[in-house]
Write a protein of this length. Structure first.
Length: 159
């Protein structure tokens, strides 16, 4: 991925591609080889939720509301988990990135690791049930608006 908007932006622009990297478990830690990043200079590091657009509502040519599947469309949400950076023992140019809260396990779904405003996209394998992983889009004359999927959609859904 590229530059990621600040977390104060509730929803990013649509991402039209599925994740490229998948990991089997939500008990994640990352190793980074970025010599320019010192453990003290990286700033806040976080993992943010990337939600699937389940469906989109718009208006057809006759002026009637029309609901269509979201397809392969995703958005980065402001929901996040704080991570911390520390040194890797005996490897001065490598950094360990891990959750600030010990025991944090991310649920199945798509995420982006944000370090110094740059995003690294990944997904956690498994059945997605977290409601943060699902949004609906409404296309209106003055822009696109997003809302959480209705409660009935918070059962497992296909990605």
């Amino acid at each position: 991925m590229n530059r990621i908007a600040d977390r104060r932006v509730a929803i990013s622009a649509a991402i039209p591609t599925p994740p490229q990297t998948s990991v089997p478990s939500g008990d994640v830690k990352f190793i980074s080889f970025r010599p320019e990043l010192g453990a003290d200079s990286a700033g806040p590091v976080e993992v943010r939720v990337v939600a699937k657009v389940l469906r989109t509502m718009g208006v057809d040519s006759a002026g009637k509301a029309k609901m269509t599947p979201g397809g392969d469309s995703w958005v980065i949400r402001s929901a996040s988990f704080p991570f911390k950076i520390g040194p890797v023992e005996d490897q001065p140019k490598m950094l360990l990135i891990q959750p600030e809260n010990d025991g944090l396990v991310l649920s199945p779904g798509r995420y982006v690791l944000v370090v110094k405003g740059v995003g690294y996209d990944f997904s956690i394998s498994g059945q997605v049930t977290d409601p943060n992983q699902c949004v609906e889009r409404v296309n209106a004359a003055n822009g696109a608006f997003y809302s959480p999927c209705p409660t009935r959609e918070q059962k497992p859904f296909n990605r």
